[in-house]
Design a protein. Structure first.
Length: 209
């Protein structure tokens, strides 16, 4: 399968509306499947709701249409502290690793997480945390006209299982695939995730490349 990663600007404090425009400008007209992971799930939903010409399916991984944990409002305060105190990436990695990687954490995965955090400015991270707390894309779910699959991590300490069930209220045909792993499912369990993705794409007609 041909894969294209749309990378967001790491040093700009862009919200969902800004990133929606950023992604739309990079859409292709060739058949494709859109995958939205974690923070990017609402973006995948909002993009799919515009019904791009080449879109054949949507995959949502460990994500949500609205804030999955309203009680997590303290996250914004935590990120604000990171911005003001300039917590170094290696310390931030130690703080967030239990939530993102859990017991699956390893030296290579922690290193990859730290490298990812180094690419984000504190301002960009703070804006994304704030966006998650107030996002609500449920009204766009009814506009989707393509098959949807949800990859659910069995040991996700960030997004609860109820997030997938909430999505299925508006997407009753959505397929939920449960895979062993933490919130960073695609990084910890790449082979099972790839097989699930390949299987989903193989069912689409015309086939997406």
């Amino acid at each position: 399968m041909q894969v294209e990663v749309v990378r967001y600007p790491g040093h700009e404090a862009l919200g969902y509306d800004d990133l929606h425009t950023f992604i739309l400008a990079r859409m292709t007209t060739a058949p494709f499947v859109l995958l939205g992971e974690s923070f990017s799930g609402p973006l995948a939903i909002s993009i799919a709701a515009t019904r791009p010409a080449g879109l054949r399916g949507v995959i949502l991984s460990c994500t949500f249409a609205r804030n999955p944990r309203p009680a997590f409002s303290f996250v914004s305060h935590f990120v604000d502290n990171w911005v003001s105190r300039k917590i170094p990436p290696h310390m931030l990695t130690r703080l967030v690793s239990p939530f993102l990687l859990g017991r699956f954490a390893s030296t290579p995965l922690r290193s990859a997480l730290e490298q990812a955090l180094r690419q984000l400015s504190p301002q960009a991270m703070a804006r994304r945390a704030q966006e998650v707390l107030r996002v609500d894309m449920r009204d766009k779910l009814k506009l989707l006209r393509v098959p949807v699959m949800y990859l659910q991590a069995t040991q996700d300490h960030v997004v609860p299982a109820s997030a997938a069930e909430s999505l299925r209220q508006d997407l009753p045909a959505m397929e939920i695939v449960k895979l062993r792993g933490p919130h960073c499912l695609l990084q910890v369990s790449p082979a099972p995730a790839a097989l699930a993705i390949q299987s989903f794409c193989g069912k689409l007609r015309p086939a997406a490349s």
